[in-house]
Write a protein of this length. Structure first.
Ligand code: SAM
Length: 238
């Protein structure tokens, strides 16, 4: 039997109008829709963004990908997700997998496709790109990402501040993602390095609770915990 096609659709960072026409069209054509979420009791952000483009008879399959650093726990969830998707495409049915932002930038979709290719060699996969969170953040903050020959470095916030220090020394623009609880530490580091006034913070771009902050000192006075869905953009001035 011929396998169904897996469509990986980037739904953009939050505003449903930032989902592409192609993403919406492909989603309309799929009965089986797989959506990622971080906890079984939470909703899927990607589904909330794309909800208006679902067809009436869409069958939603929720896949839990916990936010964990435990590689054993993560690989169990990835394997379960791959089984669920392969049960559908293995029967010849097409399926969509929705993902926040772009599917090929720090997304569980990457692991999913890798596992599926092992299980179902020859599976057709079509990836529909999405607007990344950093593009939306830059637009909200009117922050040019790169000009002329400037380099642009994306760093998934690491606890290793040396990585950020080296990037700052290297010049260009830094895009810091996955900050979460590390935010204050990273902001302190950027201040010590002398770049605080060249940085902006954007949280929950296009979602409820959106925040765009050019004065990073204010973040320290903020009561609520740093949002996982947040980005720092830093110009080094070189
Ligand atoms: C797992 S990565 C997903 C990246 C996504 N695939 C993309 O193309 O932007 C999650 C990180 O993306 C960023 N992010 C995603 N959505 C965001 C939003 N609406 N506002 C701000 N940052 C967001 C945050 O840095 C978050 O920690």
């Amino acid at each position: 039997m011929k396998f169904g096609v897996l469509y990986g659709i980037g739904v953009g960072p939050g505003d449903p109008e930032l989902m592409t026409l192609k993403g919406a069209r492909v989603l309309q054509g799929c009965h089986h829709v797989f959506v990622p979420k971080a906890r079984s009791e939470n909703g899927s952000i990607a589904l909330a963004i794309a909800g208006r483009y679902l067809r009436a008879d869409s069958l939603i399959h929720e896949l839990v990908f916990p936010m964990s650093d435990d590689s054993g726990e993560l690989s169990q969830h990835w394997a379960q997700a791959a089984r669920s998707v392969s049960d559908v495409v293995g029967m010849g049915e097409d399926a969509c997998f929705l993902t926040l932002g772009d599917p090929l930038l720090y997304s569980t979709y990457i692991y999913l496709v890798r596992s599926l290719r092992e299980k179902l060699p020859g599976l057709d996969v079509v990836t529909v790109p999405g607007i990344t969170a950093f593009s939306a953040a830059a637009a909200l903050a009117e922050f040019p990402i790169g000009e002329g020959r400037q380099r642009v470095v994306i760093i998934p916030a690491s606890d290793d501040l040396d990585v950020i220090g080296e990037a700052l020394a290297g010049g260009g623009t830094l895009i810091l993602m996955k900050l979460g609880r590390r935010l204050n530490k990273v902001v302190d580091f950027i201040e010590q390095a002398g770049f605080l006034d060249r940085a902006v913070y954007v949280a929950r771009a296009g979602l409820d609770g959106q925040q765009v902050e050019a004065d990073l000192r204010k973040l320290r006075r903020q009561e609520q915990a740093a949002d996982y869905l947040s980005i720092l953009l830093v110009h080094t001035g070189v």
